[in-house]
Design a protein around this ligand. Structure first.
Ligand SMILES: *[C@@H]1O[C@H](CO)[C@@H](O)[C@H](O)[C@H]1NC(C)=O
Ligand SMILES: *[C@@H]1O[C@H](CO)[C@@H](O)[C@H](O)[C@H]1NC(C)=O
Length: 139
């Protein structure tokens, strides 16, 4: 219960498919979250008007909140210049219950970043086919 309440506080939306078929909610340390986005000092973050230090602080704080709420979090930040195979390698070898893409990617109007967003979603379909993908509501 505590875990679900905390993730809602963070503004992440988890679909009902995140709940197990039995009525027992998963406990702390039982839910693996893979989260990707742009590195905080990436030129495409700065171009969107987010100061790097602020973006870095927000990413750090949100990740800490997820961990404190009992989630196993793997964060991998990569710009469009990074091949998707690098992200895919980071996802291998673990079952991901929840996947996410950060606001710097989703809010961008840059074609390269939009393509990265699409590539991330397609990767999530392959590496976590039945897992909900979640989005935070702001940077
Ligand atoms: C019910 O779900 C919980 C949380 O995912 C899991 O730990 C438990 O093993 C499940 N129980 C059964 C009987 O499937
Ligand atoms: C991150 O958390 C620290 C400590 O709670 C706070 O001082 C800081 O303002 C936060 N940074 C952001 C960007 O939210």
């Amino acid at each position: 219960m505590v875990c679900i309440k905390s993730i809602l506080t963070l503004g992440l939306v988890v679909g009902s498919t995140a709940l197990p078929k039995n009525d027992t909610l998963p406990g702390c340390g039982e839910v693996n979250v893979f989260y990707t986005g742009l590195p905080p000092y990436h030129k495409y973050v700065l171009e969107q008007g987010y100061p790097g230090d602020e973006a870095a602080g927000a990413i750090k704080n949100s990740t800490r909140e997820l961990i404190n709420a009992g989630y196993n979090v793997k964060m991998f930040l990569a710009g469009p210049e990074q091949p998707m195979s690098v992200t895919e390698d980071r996802m291998k070898g673990r079952h991901w219950h929840i996947t996410g893409v950060g606001f710097g990617v989703r809010g961008s109007t840059n074609g390269e970043v939009i393509t990265k967003f699409e590539d991330n979603l397609m990767l999530f379909r392959r590496q976590g086919p039945n897992s909900p993908t979640v989005f935070n509501y702001n940077p």
